[in-house]
Write a protein that binds this ligand. Sequence first.
Ligand code: HEC
Ligand code: HEC
Length: 217
Amino acid sequence: MELPDERRHIRLRRLIPTTTLALTAIFCGLLCFHDVNPSKADDPGIGNREGNGKGDEEDSRAAFLAAYKVLMHPRCMNCHPAGDIPLQGDDSHLHAQNVKRGPDGKGLYALKCANCHQERNLAGDNMPPGNPNWHLPSPEMPLVFQGKTPGELARQLKDPKTNGNKTLEQLLHHVTEDKLVLGGWDPGDGRTRPPLSHAEFVKKMREWVEKGAVVPD
Ligand code: HEC
Ligand code: HEC
């Protein structure tokens, strides 16, 4: 009796893929429920997660310490001074010509930043770097970097009350897209660049945020 045997064989051959498919579907379903639903319900939002344990916490802290070297580099810190006078040069000395922040960060009285800082860098050493929007943060939200420890700076950057009302996602957007930030890597003749590339810096900031925005000691 060849035929029934053959048929059973065929039926079996059809059954195996169908069963495999069904099992896979059930398995995936379980995985999805397990993964998506609870996290959707209690996801506290980017940067407020506890992180997935010790490893993430350490990675987040290390990522911030790497980004901190860029934030404190003169190309960045010179516009984030502790006082009302911008800083100049790799030694971050006070800006010459009695330049001051002013009520909107764009200079006091007639000494406006834009008088000297043009839309583009001017060629040659000791020429003012250029940018259409060259200015300091406002006196109400001075975003001081100078003199801050990693812990103090991390706390300031996390808190919308001290970071210019930004969510952590907006903070990442700022460091990715902002023209003054990008200018740090095109600083004009004779100026050093920050210790990481812009892409590496953004990657570190993102890692810091996504692994819990941990504040170092
Ligand atoms: C009178 C002209 C003048 C005015 C006004 C002026 N600057 Fe400058 N600024 C310069 C010059 C020139 C340099 C370059 C100095 C050098 O490299 O030795 C400079 C350099 C700087 C630097 C250092 C850049 C770096 O990467 O080290 C910063 C920061 C800066 N200015 C901020 C400002 C801000 C903010 C304002 C307005 C509040 C302003 N400046 C107004 C002329 C001016
Ligand atoms: C010409 C001056 C200038 C330079 C140079 C500059 N910044 Fe800023 N920065 C500002 C101003 C002004 C603001 C506030 C404007 C805003 O919030 O959009 C700001 C805001 C920021 C913020 C947001 C602060 C916060 O707490 O949310 C970060 C982060 C930042 N800058 C990083 C940098 C880095 C990194 C560099 C160097 C690669 C740099 N800046 C160079 C002027 C400058």
